[in-house]
Write a protein that binds this ligand. Structure first.
Ligand code: XMP
Length: 514
């Protein structure tokens, strides 16, 4: 394992991903972890991330010197670079040499370990106030910028390396190459981590964990739960039962996709609960977004628990495990626990016996989203499931502005299916993050179709681009594609006489309308 020490910025996850892209397994640890504990993990190398602090600020995170003396190769980036410099006796000062953004880097030493085979002039992404003016003893300075004399240093003997910039961001055009040079040349690591290893390793672990007991898994139709279920299915076969709640708020063809494609690809035992009427009854007369969300969440738990109860009552070994598609970013963000959580089911609403506790099986806890997709592919899940864009749990219920009714859902399903079909046909699926299609059910406008006046509803297209859904920009889709979608929706969907485009970023808008 390669440890990425997180100094409290958003960079650590990105670095961990880049290391894995180099086919080397990586894990993130907090900078507050004692060095002895880091070393106890037997890391092949350690990377120190950037961070928001100045090394001289009061309470700035620091590192024990012993980290650099353990014989483990270390690569410091930005804050990690400055920390390495000051800890080992170099000089970092606030001399006004600030650099933010794209900066030309001058490689000053031919044949360096980090820069071998990269251009002597290369753009890099900088973000720093303080700067290193003298490298520690025993280090060779291998790059500089117009304002910073020491922008990279290397000590091949001790296997210690550092760069002032951020090699993990794409603006540093040779960053990945430099990182790989550290891993392969500096640390001597063989690139052999692949998702195939993950599948084999997880299958063995799941078998060991579950033994001859039974497990259940809720399927949402999304990528994560589908891949988690497929992995567990591969490990324990018929000991797993998947539960899929059809709340009637799904998009066109979605339930069928789970029922047919998922089962065909995995052979999993699937229990589909048709709860459309129950959800629509509960939603009748409700327009407030928060109220809708609460009702949908509540009904979902009730239906799911009822299904669990039915499975518990079937003959067979104890049902002791609940499978969840938790991903690595969730684990890191919630403090990086080691996965021993026991959750108690909400017995108060579903009538489960008081003493039922499930142990969690979370086979995707080590993985990033793109890796989950690769594992899904590896397991033979169809492209439509593996490459699926995000879709909210409350489904179309929060894409109808106004009361949710069966007629309105049917109308929105048609409009949404057309938009998806055209986006796919135009090859745009990978360019956009997702494209909510929203029905403004409480709005009417006047139109003319054929020879007659119409008084119909508008449909909103909300295509966005995003990295993580925390922020988003509206996608600049080609006019031809927008025109085709608009023409088809107004021609083919009764009661819709207008299609409008949402050109708001997030913030200030959210991605969904409710
Ligand atoms: P917003 O609208 O908050 O959406 O900008 C951010 C991302 O989250 C999705 N989303 C949800 N996903 N349950 C989910 O599983 C929800 O209740 C929910 N609400 C929003 C949304 O589609 C977008 O990807």
């Amino acid at each position: 394992v390669v440890l990425v020490v997180d100094f409290g910025a958003q960079y650590a996850q990105l670095i961990a991903r880049r290391v894995r892209e180099a086919r080397v397994y990586s894990e993130i640890v907090p900078s507050t972890m004692p060095v002895a504990e880091m070393l106890a993990k037997n890391p092949r190398a350690i990377i120190l991330s950037g961070g928001p602090s100045s090394v001289y600020a009061e309470g700035a995170p620091s590192l024990d010197r012993s980290l650099f003396e353990a014989g483990v190769p270390v690569f410091g980036m930005c804050y990690g670079f400055q920390l390495m410099a000051t800890t080992l006796g170099g000089t970092v000062d606030d001399n006004g040499a600030r650099e933010y953004g794209r900066t030309p880097l001058h490689v000053t030493k031919a044949g360096s370990t980090l820069f071998e085979g990269t251009p002597t002039e290369q753009p890099v992404w900088m973000s720093h106030g303080d700067a290193c003016s003298a490298a520690p003893e025993g280090f060779t300075v291998t790059a500089s910028t117009d304002v910073v004399p020491v922008a990279a240093f290397e000590n091949d003997e001790k296997k210690l390396y550092g760069v002032q910039y951020h090699p993990e961001v794409l603006h540093s055009t040779h960053g990945q190459q430099v990182l790989e040079h550290f891993l392969y040349r500096g640390a001597g690591i063989e690139p052999n981590w692949t998702t195939t290893n993950v599948v084999e390793e997880q299958v063995a672990l799941i078998r060991e964990q579950v033994g001859d007991k039974r497990a259940i898994c809720g399927l949402s139709g999304g990528v994560d739960s589908a891949v988690a279920a497929a992995l567990v299915q591969k490990a324990i076969g018929s000991q797993l039962t998947c539960v899929y709640v059809d709340h009637g708020l799904m998009r066109k063809g979605e339930t069928e996709q789970v029922e047919k494609d998922f089962v065909a690809a995995t052979g999993a035992k699937l229990k589909v609960v048709d709860a459309e009427k129950r959800f629509l009854d509960a939603l009748a007369g409700v327009s407030d977004p928060e109220e809708k969300r609460k009702i949908i969440g509540r009904e979902f738990i009730r239906v799911f628990e009822q299904a669990q109860l039915e499975i518990l009552q079937e003959d067979g070994p104890e049902v002791a495990f609940l499978v969840q598609g938790t991903l690595y970013p969730d684990v890191v963000e919630s403090g990086g626990g080691t996965g021993t959580a026991n959750i108690k089911s909400h017995h108060n609403v579903g009538g489960l016996p008081d003493d039922i506790e499930f142990q969690l099986v979370e086979p995707l806890r080590q993985l990033f989203k793109d890796e989950v997709r690769m594992v899904g592919q590896e397991l033979g899940l169809p492209e439509e499931i593996v490459q699926r864009q995000p879709f909210p749990g409350p489904g179309l219920g929060i894409r109808i502005v106004g009361e949710v009714t069966k007629d309105r859902l049917d109308l929105l399903r048609e409009a949404d299916a057309i938009a998806r079909e055209e986006l796919t046909a135009a090859g745009l699926d990978r360019d956009i993050w997702q494209c909510p299609v929203v029905l403004l059910a409480d709005v009417r406008s006047v139109g003319v179709q054929g020879d007659g006046r119409t008084y119909g509803h508008p449909i909103v297209l909300r295509p966005v681009s995003s990295e993580d859904a925390m922020t988003a920009d509206w996608s600049r889709l080609p006019y031809e594609t927008l025109a085709r979608i608009s023409t088809r929706i107004t021609n083919e969907v009764a009661d819709v006489n207008r299609v409008v485009l949402d050109v708001t970023s997030k913030p200030p808008g959210t991605i969904e309308w409710e």
